[in-house]
Design a protein around this ligand. Structure first.
Ligand SMILES: [Zn+2]
Ligand SMILES: [Zn+2]
Length: 186
């Protein structure tokens, strides 16, 4: 079940509308494949009217904890972050003036988003903050040895005794070719 901030309520109120929620976020709904779990996801959103027609400003704070797989050994690494955001929501052009070719979505304006329904899911705002917070890859330690490519053993915990990976045949063929060309140049 999603939690929403109702944009109509912002119109009806004389002062900004505050919505607070603890979100139950499913890692499968997030864009990152290496998120194992998300916990303590708390969001506060303060909604107020924006300057333009149908425009709303949603400001707030989001914090969460997560377990992220180590990019090398896949063990869960704890991660926590808190961030503040301010996003302007405008009516989606297709909802306002479908036939008006003059209306265009401005690309690249990160702090402007569009709504089609008069409500914004808090999970959407939270998901964006998680995306911004997570680095491209996380390792449990700089010294992490990763998994053995042959037997899959976690090399931080055990010596599996496998031979190191042989050089890829195709790479060998390439370097042979390179040597051959070099010799021909002489
Ligand atoms: Zn690791
Ligand atoms: Zn091994």
């Amino acid at each position: 079940m999603s939690n929403f901030i109702e944009l109509k309520k912002i119109d009806q109120a004389d002062e900004p509308v505050t919505v607070e929620a603890v979100l139950d976020l499913n890692p499968a709904d997030l864009e990152h494949d290496d998120i194992e779990s998300v916990s303590d996801a708390k969001i506060v959103v303060i909604g107020s009217k924006g300057a333009g027609a149908g425009e709303y400003l949603l400001q707030g704070r989001f914090e969460f904890k997560a377990a992220i797989s180590c990019a090398r050994c896949l063990e869960p690494v704890p991660f926590a972050n808190a961030s503040e955001f301010a996003v302007t929501f405008r009516p989606h052009p297709s909802a306002v003036a479908a036939d008006d070719p003059e209306v265009e979505i401005e690309e690249g304006d990160l702090d402007v988003e569009y709504y089609s329904e008069p409500q914004v899911a808090l999970e959407r705002l939270a998901g964006e903050q998680i995306e911004l917070a997570l680095p491209m890859r996380i390792v449990c330690a700089e010294s992490c040895q990763g998994l053995c490519p042959r037997c899959g053993a976690n090399r931080n915990r055990e010596e599996c005794g496998c031979e190191p990976e042989p050089v890829d045949d195709r790479l060998q063929a390439l370097s042979a070719l390179r040597d051959k060309l070099k010799n021909e140049e002489k």
